[in-house]
Design a protein around this ligand. Structure first.
Ligand SMILES: *Cc1c(COP(=O)(O)O)cnc(C)c1O
Length: 312
C-alpha cells in the first residue's frame, strides 16, 4: 500500500466511513417497460453525517489539513448547508479548528444544522448577503488570509480541484464492484463539483454524465462545471438537464414531496426533496419518456444529504 493509500485508510477508519458504498439494482414496471437497467450507487450510506458527495469532495482537503494540524479551515454556506455540516463534523473528529461563514444572521433562529456545528465547536460567523457575495473575490479572500493566517479556505459546496480526486474514486470503486459499464450516470447538480468530477473520471469512456439541475441556473451551472474541468480539447461527456428544478433551489411543491414519499417507500430508498428527490424524479420521468435507448445501463448516484431536510 502506498503512503497516500495508507493515510486515506486511516482517515476513513477515524471518521467511520463505510466504503465502498453499495450498488443496488432498481426493479419496477416502468424500468422493464423501457427495456433498460437502472442501478443506484448508495453514497448516502457512506456515513450518517459526512454523507454522499460531501465525503467524496472533502476527503482530500481533510487529509491535507490533518497532515499539517496547526491550520484552521475556513468555509462558506447557507444555514442548512450539507457541505458545512459534513466539514464541521470531520473537523471535530480530526480536532481541526473550523470557521464557517454563514449567509444571513440566524442567531435568533438557529437551524438544526447550525445547532449541530455549534455543538461541535465550530466558530460561526454570520455575514450579510453582500459580504457573502464576495466569497470568491480575490481581495476578500486576501483579507480572510490575513485574519486567519496559515488557514485553508474551502469554497462553497466544497467544489475545488482537490474535490475532483475524491470523486474520481467512484469510478475505481465501480470497477472493483464489477459495475463499470454504464451508458449513463445521473447526479444532482448545484455547485458543479460532482458533475465535473464524474466527467473527469469517465472521460474517454462511453459513459455519458447527466447532471440534473436542482436550481434555476441554465448557463451558470455549465460555466461552473467548465471552470473545474481542464479543457483538453476532448469531446465533452457531460450535459445538464434543466427541466427538473421545480422552480429553484430548495423549492419543493407538495407534488414533489408526495412523489418523494411514494418513491422512498416503494424502493426503500431515503430521499429528500432538495437533491435526491429531484434526481430520482428526473430519472423516472426520462426513463418513462423513452429518453434512453433499449438496453441502456443507467446509474443514479445517491449523493446523500438527508440532514438538510430536517427543518423542511
Ligand atoms: C451538495 C449536494 C449536491 C450538489 O453537488 P454539487 O457538487 O454542489 O453540484 C447534491 N446532492 C447533495 C445531497 C448535496 O448535499
Amino acid at each position: 500500500m502506498s503512503d497516500c493509500q495508507q493515510l486515506s485508510t486511516q482517515l476513513q477508519q477515524k471518521l467511520g466511513i463505510v466504503s465502498p458504498s453499495p450498488v443496488h439494482a432498481l426493479q419496477a414496471s416502468w424500468i422493464t417497460a423501457a427495456q433498460v437497467k437502472v442501478y443506484v450507487k448508495r453514497d448516502d450510506l457512506l456515513h450518517q453525517i459526512i454523507s454522499g458527495n460531501k465525503w467524496r469532495k472533502l476527503k482530500y482537503a481533510l487529509l491535507a489539513a490533518s497532515q499539517r494540524s496547526s491550520s484552521r479551515l475556513v468555509t462558506f454556506g447557507g444555514g442548512h448547508s450539507n457541505h458545512v455540516h459534513a466539514l464541521a463534523y470531520g473537523c471535530r473528529a480530526l480536532e481541526l479548528p473550523l470557521t464557517a461563514i454563514i449567509r444571513g444572521d440566524y442567531r435568533a433562529n438557529m437551524t438544526p444544522m447550525l445547532n449541530d456545528i455549534a455543538d461541535w465547536g465550530c466558530d460561526i460567523k454570520f455575514v450579510d448577503k453582500t459580504t457573502y457575495q464576495q466569497r470568491q473575490n480575490p481581495s476578500y479572500l486576501a483579507k480572510l488570509a490575513r485574519d486567519f493566517p496559515n488557514s485553508m479556505v474551502i469554497p462553497e459546496g466544497g467544489s475545488d480541484p482537490l474535490a475532483m480526486h475524491g470523486l474520481a474514486e467512484i469510478r475505481s470503486e465501480l470497477v472493483d464492484q464489477q459495475h463499470e459499464d454504464f451508458d449513463y450516470i445521473l447526479a444532482p447538480c448545484a455547485s458543479g463539483g460532482t458533475l465535473a468530477g464524474l466527467s473527469q473520471a469517465f472521460i474517454g469512456t462511453h459513459t455519458q454524465i447527466q447532471g440534473i439541475a436542482v436550481l434555476k441556473g441554465q448557463g451558470y451551472l455549465e460555466s461552473l462545471v467548465a471552470q473545474l474541468l481542464e479543457n483538453d480539447g476532448q469531446q465533452p461527456n457531460w450535459h445538464i438537464d434543466h427541466q427538473y428544478h421545480f422552480g429553484g433551489y430548495a423549492k419543493r411543491p407538495v407534488e414533489l414531496i408526495d412523489w418523494c414519499n411514494d418513491f422512498s417507500q416503494q424502493f426503500a430508498l431515503p430521499l429528500e426533496p432538495i437533491y435526491s428527490g429531484k434526481l430520482f424524479y428526473a430519472l423516472q420521468d426520462k426513463v418513462g419518456r423513452g429518453h434512453y435507448p433499449k438496453g441502456s445501463r443507467i446509474l443514479a448516484l445517491h449523493t446523500g444529504g438527508l440532514q438538510g431536510a430536517r427543518s423542511v
